[in-house]
Design a protein around this ligand. Sequence first.
Ligand SMILES: Nc1ncnc2c1ncn2[C@@H]1O[C@H](COP(=O)(O)OP(=O)(O)OP(=O)(O)O)[C@@H](O)[C@H]1O
Length: 266
Amino acid sequence: MSIEFHGLRVDLGGRPVLTGVDLRIRPGRVTALIGPNGSGKSTLLRTVFGARRPTRGRVTIDGADVVRIPPRQLARTVAVMLQDAPSEFDLTVRETVMVGRAPHQAAFAPDRAVDRLAVDRALRTVGLQEHAERLLRQLSGGQRQRAMLARALAQDGRILVLDEPTNHLDITHQLEIMRLVGGLGITVVAALHDLALAADFCDDVAVLHEGRLRAFGPPSEILCAPLVREVFGVDPRPSTEDASGHRFLRFRPVAEPAPTRAPAHE
Ligand SMILES: Nc1ncnc2c1ncn2[C@@H]1O[C@H](COP(=O)(O)OP(=O)(O)OP(=O)(O)O)[C@@H](O)[C@H]1O
């Protein structure tokens, strides 16, 4: 499914946080949303699942305006994993992941076999089946993050929205999650801070800066452009090459000129 932003503006606290965003997220692709802190990534993601309404412009999913899609249908379509895991409830990991099935269940109906299967599959996918009966709040930050991804996978949407999915994860799980997400075959849009992960695992990259879309395209084009230096203050450097000849991008701070020394006084 495609997601389109048409002239999107979102005001928060009386000021524009996103302005004039025109963007088409292509179906079946993994799109990284990158930008410095406060550039509007989370706000943009929230408009896709109706948690923020456009002040101006529209967000559409396969041509349908998000604000007109009934909430239950929207929740079946767009699975979401946000930055924070709920910690106020004493839910087990399995119960937490089952929450992802809510849009598919009738109110107060018991869980069906199809729901239990979806939950088991999601737990296996993120490697948490051994922890299924533990309380969510007793897990480590990274395990909790994987439980929240499992909840989003159990939601079974054709669009997956991820806000910083690799936060708290060790390097093995970062790579595993990005690989897993890339293999789902659905439309994924993920806010990422790690430009190297965006380069290695995403099909497209959208760059937000001060609430405006500054660039969109394949990582090899976008992440090597002077814009990255301007927006992030880093330089891309092709580094290692794998067996298939794929060159991995890595990033270094822009080299600052050596400080000029004041002449020594006698
Ligand atoms: N509820 C709110 N009321 C007022 N301003 C808000 C609100 N939520 C976010 N903002 C402001 O909107 C701007 C964009 O925030 P947003 O969370 O979308 O950025 P982000 O790119 O996701 O940031 P980060 O990388 O730090 O997570 C920031 O300046 C933030 O302070």
